[in-house]
Design a protein around this ligand. Structure first.
Ligand code: DLL
Length: 435
């Protein structure tokens, strides 16, 4: 067992019996709290014929109804809040999606626990209070920046709240202030690495580790980042609904991410039937938060497809590990770290008078995502005036930017040029080979 690199060893390396006991006790308490304070969920429980008294331990979890992103939308903004608003101190929201925004609320207690989860992730990557933690995740509503920032503070490390963008300044600060741990999306890490190599600045860096998540990344990308930045690169997973980054994190073994099981119970279900699958099966990941006060979600369907595995880990941690997500059970795309639903793109196109004949093409060029939308013009719009077509394309680019929060290039094509399908329309062509 590799000793060290823990933030809370007594929790991170607790026995299975202890983890079970925490989960049993905390689940019972959370179910009661939610039933008493969240009429939306109480109704779901009543519809399923379950009462708080039916949940006596984590073994009864399967009796509870699921929650989905649609529930969060229906209940927007306060319908799933379990504490008075005056006890909440923070709101965060999912990245970039206007149509389907999810807002999550935190009390100070919730922030403290979230920070602890991120501190565990930092410690697992070898960070201590002597490190300079360079946080280049976006700050603001997105949970990346605030999450790792809070974790770094908890650890007592010197925290550089850089946020994303302005690559020249990022690199300058990295060199001048001796950043040792980098936190950002893997795409941005790869871009930083590329720029640093082009400028021949590798020797001036003190970086030793990086914590990269919020989007899928392959082992090849890990190697590329590690080589370019001269660091060990660790994965971190999380979602706004469940708190943000730090729901799970990679350790030195780099064979999956330990889920913080004292805070979150994980299940794997069959996405079609909702049936709970035995450990080791591939299916949709479902989380139940058991320590949150303001926004505790019971059996939340993440739509991320993965595998759970329990067993000895060379790092000494005992909490269950999840694989890297291997895909999604819905059609959400993550482009440049931003969640994009094809339905949002369709809404923009239909609102602007285009037919629903379009294709969304996602590629990754030099580790950077590119989103392209090809859309057919109607016969009435069709024109051979190039300036007319480029003005219409520009109008769509602007409308998509307003809806998605990111740039998508648009190509208008002649009527009836996009291949028709005899079955489901093929709307998304993802060429990134991420999973
Ligand atoms: O992406 C939280 C986060 C910030 C995680 C920084 C890690 C680092 P959302 O914007 O709500 O939250 O997006 C959540 O992103 O359901 C996954 O599909 C995907 N995702 C998050 N981390 C990973 C990862 C943040 N390490 C959604 N690998 C999740 C693959 C990831 N996909």
């Amino acid at each position: 067992m590799t000793v060290g690199h823990y933030f809370q060893p007594e929790i991170e390396c607790a026995s299975q019996e202890q983890i079970q006991a925490w989960q049993d006790e905390r689940l019972v308490k959370t179910v009661r709290h939610v039933y008493d304070h969240v009429p939306y969920y109480r109704k779901l429980m009543e519809q399923k014929g379950v009462l708080p008294g039916d949940i006596r331990s984590a073994a009864d979890l399967y009796k509870l109804p699921f929650l989905t992103k649609d529930d969060l939308r229906d209940a927007y903004p306060y319908g799933l809040l379990a504490m008075p608003l005056s006890d909440c101190v923070r709101i965060q929201s999912t990245s970039g999606t206007t149509g389907r925004r999810v807002v999550a609320f935190y009390t100070q207690h919730d922030i403290d626990l979230w920070d602890e989860c991120c501190a565990r992730a930092l410690a697992a990557a070898g960070a201590t209070k002597d490190d300079v933690v360079h946080v280049s995740y976006g700050y603001g509503l997105f949970t990346g920046g605030p999450g790792l920032n809070g974790g770094s503070h908890k650890l007592g490390a010197l925290t550089l709240p850089m946020s994303s963008g302005n690559t020249e300044r990022q690199i300058q600060f990295m060199i001048d202030l001796g950043s040792t741990v980098l936190c950002c999306t893997p795409s941005y890490a790869a871009y930083l690495g590329e720029t640093i190599c082009e400028k021949g600045l590798q020797d001036q860096l003190k970086l030793k580790a990086g914590i990269f998540g919020a989007e899928a990344w392959s082992e090849e990308m890990r190697q590329d980042i590690q080589n370019k930045l001269g660091i060990k690169a660790y994965d971190i997973y999380g979602l706004t609904e469940i708190s943000g980054p730090g729901v799970s994190f990679e350790c030195s073994a780099q064979t999956g991410m330990h889920i913080n099981e004292d805070h979150f119970i994980a299940e794997i279900i069959d996405p079609d039937t909702g049936e709970v699958l035995p450990e080791g099966s591939k299916g949709e990941l479902v989380f139940t938060s058991i320590t949150k006060e303001a926004f505790p979600l019971l059996r939340y369907r993440t739509r991320d497809i993965c595998v759970l595995s329990r067993g000895e880990c060379s790092c000494g941690r005992t909490h269950v590990k999840m694989s890297k997500p291997m895909g999604r059970s819905d059609d959400m795309l993550i482009v440049k770290g931003v969640n994009v639903f094809p339905s949002q793109i369709e809404t923009v196109l239909l609102n602007k008078g285009y037919p629903a004949n379009y294709q969304i093409i996602v590629t990754r060029v030099h580790n950077s995502d590119k989103l392209e939308v090809q859309v057919e013009m109607t016969p009435e719009m069709f024109s051979d005036s190039l300036s007319y077509i480029s003005a219409r394309e520009k109008e769509l680019v602007d409308a998509l930017k307003a809806m998605l929060g990111i740039y998508a290039s648009v190509q208008l094509v002649a009527p009836k040029t996009i291949a028709r399908s005899e079955g489901k329309a093929v709307r998304i062509i993802d060429k990134r080979k991420l999973y």
